[in-house]
Design a binder for this molecule. Structure first.
Ligand code: 5GP
Ligand code: MN
Length: 346
């Protein structure tokens, strides 16, 4: 259960800022996931019901798999409409930052966010939030920003403004950040929130199917290829690595989002504690994605070697060099992390 938020000064200040605002911009991290988009859209709906003009302005577009979320097509992505995104950021009188802990994570929106005269509020569950916002509600113990946001809205007395569509958005983020309630999901409070959300009458089974079990033929084949031909297992380090080059991705007609969750698959092997996926990006870098089980800190791996970060069990980064160089860096670093492996096998 999250500690109650009701009597916090942050909640009182947030209420004041919302009351005062006419036009609110809501933003989230680059390459947004279900939690980033779900929390942003839910916040937008609640703010709209308070008769605020509310915009979701993101660094780039939501993945196609989230195309079913109500309101997703009205998002202003800076990658598509940079001038509009800048303008909205500049004239907002409140900016709500969701699901990221550092300005760097909004990528090219960073300058507009930094220079916007509006007060900023940060609601997030990543470790070590930067202090760029006036109000910071950071709860790394929350498994998703959506779960935290629901609690914040309740503390603000705005839970009655969460309609069916907003409930669907919040549920989606809670579901995606816990892998469909398969990790970080033992907090009983999650299920109380889910019960309250389901009262609004959305179909959670449909959401699971759309997010986790919908694929194009080429995507299914790409995952099959990656696991069959491109997965290396390092039993001595209890690690697995998958790499995909631009050429391989092109062969399978790769679309953004097609390799989502691929990095989790090697963790199905009981002997594997951590998994790395290196995807060569057409823009001249390698996208690094890592996952682990137990207390193996993949965020440390990403911080130290790949200019990134994240959570203990899910982290990422970017490597500026070739795919082969990224592999070499990883292989050289692997023995350093043996000390984090659990003592018992399996
Ligand atoms: P994914 O592997 O799904 O792209 O990212 C998993 C988690 O790693 C994200 O929720 C985020 O916390 C973190 N992450 C991913 N990419 C980056 C990155 O480039 N920089 C930082 N700091 N964190 C990242
Ligand atoms: Mn999140």
């Amino acid at each position: 259960m999250l500690e109650p938020l009701n009597n916090l000064p942050e909640i009182a200040r947030l209420r004041e800022l919302i009351d005062r605002a006419k036009e609110i911009v809501i933003t989230c991290h680059v390459s947004p996931d279900g939690d980033a988009i779900g929390s942003s859209l839910a916040m937008q709906r609640v703010m709209s019901r308070l008769k605020k003009i509310a915009w979701v302005v993101t660094p780039d577009l939501a993945p196609r798999s989230l195309g079913f979320l109500p309101g997703v097509h009205d998002i202003i992505a800076a990658s598509q409409k940079p001038a509009r995104a800048r303008e909205l950021m500049a004239r907002a009188d409140l900016v709500v930052c969701l699901d990221f802990n550092a300005i760097m994570r909004v990528d090219k929106l960073g300058d507009s966010l930094r220079t916007s005269p509006a007060p900023k509020v940060l609601i997030d569950h990543h470790l070590y939030p930067e202090s760029f916002a006036e109000v910071i509600i950071s709860r790394p113990e929350a498994s998703s920003t959506c779960y935290l946001l629901y609690n914040v809205l309740c503390a603000l007395g705005m839970d009655s403004l969460i309609d069916r569509e907003a409930a669907e958005c919040i549920y989606t983020g809670m579901m995606t950040d816990t892998g469909g309630f398969t990790y970080n999901s033992n907090d009983p409070g999650l299920y109380l929130v889910i019960a309250a959300l389901l009262e609004r009458g959305f179909d959670k089974d449909r959401i699971y199917k759309l997010v986790f079990d919908t694929s194009s033929e080429t995507r299914l084949r790409l995952c099959g290829y990656a696991l069959y031909k491109k997965m290396m297992v390092f039993p001595e380090h209890r690690a697995a690595l998958i790499t995909l080059s631009c050429e391989e991705l092109a062969e399978f007609n790769y679309c953004k989002g097609d390799t989502e969750s691929l990095v989790n698959r090697p963790l199905a092997m009981p002997g594997v504690v951590w998994s790395v996926f290196l995807r060569e990006d057409e823009h001249g870098f390698v996208k690094v994605s890592t996952r682990s089980k137990g207390h193996f800190p993949v965020n440390k791996v990403c911080e130290r070697h790949f200019g990134g970060g994240g959570h203990e069990n899910a982290a990422g980064g970017e490597f500026y060099g070739s795919l082969d160089e990224a592999v070499a860096v990883l292989l050289e670093a692997m023995p350093e992390y043996d000390r984090y492996l659990p003592k018992s096998k399996k």
